[in-house]
Design a protein around this ligand. Structure first.
Ligand code: 25A
Ligand code: L14
Length: 343
């Protein structure tokens, strides 16, 4: 074997035919991930379909306990139930599982990782063989907040999100498209994925409602942020809203810091931060937009202003492709860090 030959890995994608699974294929290719075998797994609906990767046709196989033999890295993106059902078998077969669902995120023995923020946490994978990928809205917010946290500390966050339908999956993308067509054609608008019409509307409802009146999505932002920042004292409150956008979550984030930081200092910090691009030139109508984030690996930050109502406050507008940094890209970055540091 040639000394320069790069080590390659056998990679499986559980949920390969979904919105996130498809993006995983794309990201693996764009980042030239060192793949030996790529195994594509999905439900019986998709078994036998072929997907082209790197010029080769790959047949989709059934996601089952027996599907992981010889796999080094299993990327899961088929929902929490499938992760709970099949991740243990993947680990047993010797794979490390990188899980996109909410199944394991808040398990204290499972690392929850954003590579720009807490790569050190990956080491904890050794306990159960699983690394959890955080919620999309949480990931993009933390990439932008990490430099501020390190510099002046964060006391409180007040968040409102404007989230794209692609987060819900391929059926939701089709539902928005269909409703727009029905509106244009003057035909009746039908809803099945969401409880109400999403076209030309805003739904203050993502994931299910909890006893405290918040949604699960809102509480994910609270709990996952504290876990990843390793600080349970940060006060956090969120309202998460679904908007008729296909790709890219937008977030208004109000930050109260422990000590003063100026807008100029924030801009300087973020201009060097990994994974961040500042788009903040309001005089020329330049600010982050979902349409500009789509397909982009960077998280866009703009509308950086002082919150003049308190002593140490900032307002930020943070936008990122929810399927890329919010899911597929973050998962592949975890895999890259894992092979670089632990293989
Ligand atoms: O089950 P949960 O917990 O509610 O979550 C499942 C949802 O999570 C999304 C995913 O979107 C799905 O809607 N998801 C996963 N990770 C995510 C993340 N990080 C995420 N959303 C946001 N952030 P999806 O529809 O784009 O992808 C679903 C993938 O999972 C596979 N899958 C589903 N059930 C499975 C399964 N695989 C194995 N066993 C099962 N029981 C799914 O494969 C897809 O890859 P598929 O073959 O079922 O899907 C092929 C096409 O079929 C369509 N479709 C999806 N659901 C249905 C459907 N058609 C009819 N009825 C359905 N219920 C889709 O068009 C899909 O492309
Ligand atoms: O990863 O937008 O926990 O409907 C579950 C809900 C992802 C987004 C998660 C949505 C989310 C999703």
């Amino acid at each position: 074997m040639n000394d320069n030959a790069q080590k390659t890995y056998n990679v499986a994608i559980a949920g390969a035919t979904g919105a996130v699974g498809g993006a995983m294929l794309d990201v693996l290719k764009r980042r030239n991930f060192p793949i030996n075998e790529l195994r594509l797994l999905a439900s019986p609906r998709s078994v036998g379909k072929t997907i082209t990767f790197d010029g080769k046709e790959i047949k989709v196989q059934l996601l089952s306990n027996d599907a992981f033999e010889g796999i080094d890295i299993a990327l899961f993106s088929a929902g929490a139930t499938r992760s709970l059902d099949f991740a243990p078998a993947a680990v047993k077969a010797g794979a490390v599982v990188i899980d996109n669902s909410s199944a394991y995120r808040m398990d204290s023995e499972i690392p929850l990782v954003v590579p720009e923020v807490n790569p050190h946490a990956i080491a904890q994978y050794k306990k159960h063989g699983i690394i959890a990928n955080p919620n999309c809205s949480t990931i993009q917010m933390l990439v932008a907040l990490k430099p501020i946290l390190d510099k002046v500390g964060i006391k409180r966050l007040v968040i409102s999100t404007y989230q794209a339908v692609s987060g819900t999956g391929t059926q939701a993308i089709e539902e928005l498209q269909q409703q727009v067509k029905s509106h244009v054609n003057g035909s009746e608008i039908e809803s099945s994925v969401y409880p109400h019409q999403i076209a030309f509307n805003c739904l203050p409802h993502i994931d299910s409602f909890l006893e405290n009146g918040y949604t699960k999505e809102e509480m994910k932002m609270v709990n996952e942020t504290r876990k990843i920042f390793e600080d349970d004292s940060i006060a956090i409150t969120a309202t998460t809203v679904r908007v008729p956008v296909f790709y890219g979550h937008s977030e208004s984030v109000n930050v109260e810091t422990n000590s003063k930081i100026t807008v100029a200092e924030v801009k300087e910090l973020l201009s060097d931060a990994p994974g961040i691009k500042i788009v903040d030139d309001p005089k020329n109508d330049q600010y982050p937009l979902a349409t500009n984030s789509a397909g982009n690996f960077d998280t866009l930050v703009g509308r950086i202003r002082e919150d003049e109502s308190i002593a140490n406050g900032l307002n930020l507008w943070i936008v990122s492709d929810n399927i890329l940094k919010g899911a597929a890209l973050n998962a592949v970055q975890i895999a890259e860090t894992y092979i670089a540091d632990y293989k």
